[in-house]
Design a protein around this ligand. Structure first.
Ligand code: PAF
Length: 286
């Protein structure tokens, strides 16, 4: 089937009309473009259970701070369309600003609650309000049955799950593990900003997570200490945070599965990553 590109609400409604009657429903992958293998994995996960696959491409100004990279965020639209087509996307929704925000920056936004002031929210105030507002708007426009997000943005995924639960949105949210380069670097649209030497330096994030995972049996404090030490010793890397939490981002348990989350500045580029960690003793030794 030919992939359609919809720019307006009417074009989107027309493109999706034939699929609305189908039991299998509409699968949705919201993106900001600059697509890579990580996005392709999201599309495959959404394709499987749905009758129609919609991907949106919209660089949302509301989720960028004044000193962030909104204007230079990569926008390789034609290459993005090729990836969407290869992944069997039925409809690409690529709205201009005024289709998403017809009255300008909205007066009514989604309050992400107190957990948005943690982790990413400390360095990026207002970021998650912008993310949840645009995701809610895209959900309203696309009206999907299922939406797929990557665990690379672990806190974002947790907040989107909380939003759909707390605001009773009838949309199934699926989170899937993020994709890494063979050397471990987590795929990110922002990796294209990295010069060759910065790309090498950026490997400190995954090295810190792996070092943390190694000492998981000694508990969360040891994981935090080791992870931070790796990043603090890394050349060209400015550590923002390295934290260990429960999988729901509450306080880390002394034993059981936890989540390590980190953010650091490499040159002019802010990168994030996260990984599961087995804390304390396991296999019946707890
Ligand atoms: O993860 C992203 O690419 C963005 O935050 C999202 C979910 C598409 C909202 O703009």
């Amino acid at each position: 089937m030919t992939m359609l590109v919809a720019r307006t609400r009417d074009e989107l409604d027309t493109a999706l009309k034939p699929f609305r009657t189908d039991q299998a429903g509409i699968g949705f992958v919201p993106t900001m473009g600059a697509l890579h293998a990580g996005h392709a994995a999201l599309m495959r996960a959404a394709r499987e259970p749905a009758s129609a696959l919609v991907a949106s491409i919209f660089v949302n100004p509301l989720q960028f701070g004044p000193d962030e990279d909104f204007s230079r965020y990569p926008r390789p639209f034609e290459t993005d369309l090729e990836l969407c087509s290869a992944e069997g996307v039925d409809v690409v929704f690529a709205p201009p600003y005024d289709v998403v925000y017809p009255t300008g920056d909205p007066a009514v936004t989604v309050d992400p609650g107190p957990s948005a002031d943690d982790l990413e929210g400390v360095s990026r105030p207002g970021h998650f309000r912008g993310v949840l507002t645009v995701v809610a708007k895209l959900f309203g426009l696309v009206r999907p049955d299922l939406a797929v997000f990557g665990q690379k943005d672990y806190q974002q995924l947790a907040l989107i799950e909380a939003m759909t639960r707390d605001l009773s949105m009838a949309i199934e949210i699926v989170g899937i593990p993020h994709v890494r380069e063979p050397d471990g670097l987590a795929l990110s649209s922002r990796n294209t900003y990295l010069a060759a030497h910065e790309r090498e330096q950026a490997l400190a994030l995954v090295a810190a997570l792996r070092a943390g995972a190694e000492v998981g049996s000694a508990g969360p404090d040891a994981v935090r200490r080791v992870g931070r030490a790796v990043l603090e010793a890394a050349v060209g890397v400015d550590l923002d945070y390295f934290e260990v939490r429960a999988t729901d981002l509450g306080p880390a348990p002394e034993s059981g599965i936890g989540r390590m989350l980190t953010a650091a500045q490499v040159g002019a580029t802010r990168l994030i990553d996260n990984m599961a960690v087995q804390l304390g003793m396991h296999n019946g030794e707890e």
